[in-house]
Ligand binder design. Structure first.
Ligand code: SF4
Length: 293
C-alpha cells in the first residue's frame, strides 16, 4: 500500500469539514473530517485510529474514540481500516496493527517495523524537548539546521491540545507571533512524560483524560520554570476542556501567574486574536517593568 497524506489545513478544507460534521463536534474533529474529504478521490481506503487508551489508567476523549464512525459518515462508501488502541493493546503493539496491513508480512518484520517507528518517534520527541517545533524538528531530521530566532531572553508557556498548538491555520499563527516578539515558547512536549506525571500527584482525584493530564501537568511545570505568562489555546466544543480550563484558571489565580485563555473555533478571526495576544504581551512587559522598580 502507498500512503497518501493530506496537505496543510486551509479555509476550504475547514469549511468542508464543518459542513459534514454534526453541530456538537469540536473544531479539531471538523478539521480532521475536512482532511479526509480532501483525500476522498485520491485513495482507496482510509486508515483511521480509534484511540481509547494510550496509557493504562486513563482515556482519550469520546470524540476521538468515535472518529471512525464520524469518518464513515463523512466519506460515505469508501472503506475504513481502523487502527485500534485499547487497554493492554497499545497502538505500537503488533496485535493492534489492523489485519489488512499485516497481510504479506511476517510477525517478525511487523515487530521490527514498529520498533523502528518507535525509535523515530523518540528521536523526534527529544528534539521537541529541546524547544523545537514540529516543522523545525522535521527540518533537523531531514539534515537541515533549525531557524535562528530573535530572542529577548524571555519565555512564555503555550498549553493546549497538540493539534491546536501545532497547526498554524487552527491557531491563526499564534506561535509565529510569540516568536516575532522574541519569546522562547515552551509547550507540554518540552517536558518528559515522567515529569508531567509527577506533577499530577497533587490532585486529590486523578484526571480521567490523558490530554487533560498533560495540559495540567505541563502548566504546573511551566510555573516552576518561571515563564512570564501562559497562553492556553483550547478548541470550541471540547468536552474535557470544561474541567481542565477551570483547574488551570484556579491554579493560575492562586499562583498569580498571568494567563490568557483563547478559545478557537471556525469563526475565529486573526485580527481579534492578534489584538488579544498583543494586549497580553503588553501586560507582561508592564508587569516586568513594575517588578524591576
Ligand atoms: S479532547 Fe477536546 S478538542 Fe480534542 S478531540 Fe476531544 S473534544 Fe475535541
Amino acid at each position: 500500500m502507498t500512503p497518501v497524506i493530506s496537505g496543510p489545513t486551509g479555509k476550504e478544507l475547514l469549511n468542508a469539514g464543518v459542513k459534514t460534521s454534526v453541530d456538537e463536534a469540536c473544531l479539531p474533529v471538523k478539521v480532521f473530517l475536512g482532511h479526509c474529504l480532501t483525500l476522498r478521490n485520491r485513495c482507496d481506503c482510509f486508515l483511521v485510529p480509534r484511540l481509547v487508551n494510550i496509557n493504562r489508567k486513563d482515556y482519550i476523549c469520546p470524540k476521538f474514540m468515535g472518529l471512525p464512525e464520524m469518518t464513515k459518515q463523512a466519506v460515505g462508501k469508501q472503506p475504513l481500516v481502523i487502527w485500534k488502541s485499547e487497554k493492554n493493546c497499545a497502538l505500537g503493539s503488533p496485535q493492534a496493527v489492523p489485519a489488512a496491513l499485516r497481510q504479506g508480512f511476517s510477525a517478525r518484520r511487523i515487530k521490527k517495523g514498529l520498533q523502528k517507528a518507535e525509535a523515530a518517534f523518540h528521536t523526534y520527541h527529544r528534539l521537541l524537548q529541546q524547544g523545537l517545533f514540529p516543522a523545525e524538528a522535521e527540518q533537523v531530521l531531514g539534515g537541515g539546521a533549525p531557524p535562528a530566532r530573535e530572542k529577548n531572553g524571555r519565555r512564555i508557556g503555550l498549553i493546549g491540545h497538540p493539534y491546536c498548538l501545532y497547526d498554524p491555520f487552527l491557531n491563526l499563527g499564534t506561535v509565529n507571533l510569540l516568536h516575532r516578539y522574541g519569546f522562547a515558547v515552551l509547550t507540554p512536549e518540552y517536558f518528559p512524560p515522567r515529569q508531567i506525571e509527577d506533577e499530577l500527584q497533587i490532585l486529590a482525584k486523578p484526571l480521567f483524560w490523558t490530554m487533560s493530564q498533560r495540559i495540567f501537568g505541563a502548566f504546573r511545570l511551566l510555573c516552576k520554570e518561571k515563564v512570564d505568562g501562559i497562553v492556553y489555546l483550547s478548541a470550541f466544543a471540547c468536552g474535557p476542556e470544561a474541567l481542565t480550563g477551570e483547574l488551570v484558571k484556579r491554579e493560575a489565580k492562586a499562583l498569580g501567574l498571568p494567563l490568557l485563555h483563547l478559545v478557537l473555533d471556525e469563526h475565529s478571526g486573526e485580527a481579534g486574536l492578534v489584538t488579544r495576544i498583543e494586549a497580553f504581551i503588553d501586560l507582561l512587559q508592564r508587569k516586568r517593568r513594575f517588578s524591576c522598580v
